[in-house]
Every structure is written in structure tokens, then in C-alpha cells.
Ligand binder design. Structure first.
Ligand code: 5GP
Length: 195
């Protein structure tokens, strides 16, 4: 037998959900608890929120720079969401996977479809559902980050996004954060054992 070790190529874990379903909290918990996975930091043309850091939450860029990146084929996927561009830079993802590390994506259903088409069997997709529309509204109101008008728009959009849950490999109904986190870990552990 040779001493050659088998270099495992990392997998790509895609999380999607409507705003307010708990996806950000779940991804942070995962990143804090699992040293094998890194977050893919997206580029966006939307304005930075007060709580966000450039280079950590997103790379905030203007529309001209974003278009330049599209032309130079620097994105693994990109999409327009709520009138802004969002895209996943290809380079960091390829570097992470080549090291045998896993990559976590927080992207919408349009991006998920493109990643799956390009990367195929290395992709695992998970949709996080809120327990109900009533609970989603209550969470958005509790978060107190958005105006009433924005909340109505987020809920309208949530209905459209939720309709896509069937396109995903796994669905987690987030009515208890700890249980959802355990489920997410179980999915990741099982997928890592796949041949
Ligand atoms: P937000 O502006 O609230 O941070 O994100 C709005 C939506 O854009 C979320 O559904 C988020 O998952 C999605 N999103 C964030 N980054 C990307 C990306 O790089 N590509 C795509 N396709 N969607 C993204």
C-alpha cells in the first residue's frame, strides 16, 4: 500500500432563507464552532448597514466595479436581489476548497442554482424556514432594524423565496435555534462522510 494520503476536496454548504428566519445567527454559530469551514464573503452594491463591516460581512463595491468583475468573470455566481447586485468572488472559494476546507455561502435561490450548476456534487443546499409567516413578521418587528414599509416588502419577498424551498437538498424549520443548529451540524457531518 502506498503512503499517499487522500486529499479531500472541501464541500460547499449553501444556506438560503428569507430575511428574519435566523440564517445569520445559524451561520455565525457554525463558523464559531467548526474550524473546518470558512464563510464566502460576497460583494454587494447595496449600502452598508451601521452594524456591518466592510470585508467581513460583505465587500461593499459600487455598480461600476461590480460590472467590471462580471466582465472579468470573477464571480462564481451573481444575482440581482431587491434592486442591488450580489455576487460570490470565485478566487477565495477555489482556494478554500483546494485546501480541503469547506465553504459556507449565504446566498439567495438564484445564486444557489448557479453554484449547483457549476460545482455539482460538491454542493449541499439547505433552506431555513421560519415556523410561520406570523412568527416571521413578529421576528422582523422585534429586530426593529427596518421601517414598517420595509418589513412589508421583506414579507412580500419572503413569500416568493419560501416557494423555492423544494429546490433544496434539506429544509430546517427554525422554531428552536439550538435544535436547528444541531440539525445543521448533523447535515454537515453526514455530508462530509459521503464518498
Ligand atoms: P442582505 O442585503 O439582507 O444582506 O441580503 C439580501 C439577500 O441577498 C439574502 O437573501 C442573501 O442571502 C442574498 N445574498 C447575499 N450575498 C449574495 C451573493 O453573493 N449572491 C447571491 N445570489 N445572493 C446573495
Amino acid at each position: 500500500m502506498s503512503n499517499e494520503t487522500i486529499q479531500r476536496r472541501g464541500l460547499m454548504l449553501v444556506l438560503s432563507s428569507p430575511s428574519g428566519a435566523g440564517k445569520t445567527t445559524l451561520s455565525r454559530q457554525l463558523l464559531d464552532n467548526d474550524s473546518q469551514i470558512s464563510l464566502s464573503v460576497s460583494c454587494t452594491t447595496r449600502a452598508k448597514r451601521a452594524s456591518e463591516k466592510d470585508g467581513v460581512d460583505y465587500h461593499f463595491v459600487d455598480t461600476a466595479s461590480f460590472r467590471g468583475m462580471i466582465e472579468r468573470r470573477e464571480f462564481l455566481e451573481y444575482a440581482e436581489v431587491f434592486g442591488n447586485y450580489y455576487g460570490t468572488p470565485r478566487g477565495p472559494v477555489e482556494a478554500t476548497l483546494a485546501q480541503g476546507r469547506d465553504c459556507l455561502f449565504d446566498i439567495d435561490y438564484q445564486g444557489t442554482r448557479q453554484v449547483r450548476e457549476k460545482m455539482g456534487s460538491d454542493t449541499v443546499t439547505v433552506f431555513i424556514l421560519p415556523p410561520s409567516m406570523k412568527e416571521l413578521r413578529a421576528r422582523l418587528e422585534r429586530r426593529a432594524e427596518d421601517s414598517r414599509e420595509v418589513i412589508e416588502r421583506l414579507l412580500e419577498n419572503a413569500r416568493k423565496e419560501i416557494a423555492r424551498w423544494k429546490d433544496y437538498d434539506y429544509v430546517i424549520v427554525n422554531d428552536d435555534l439550538q435544535r436547528s443548529f444541531d440539525d445543521l451540524n448533523a447535515i454537515l457531518r453526514a455530508e462530509r462522510q459521503r464518498e
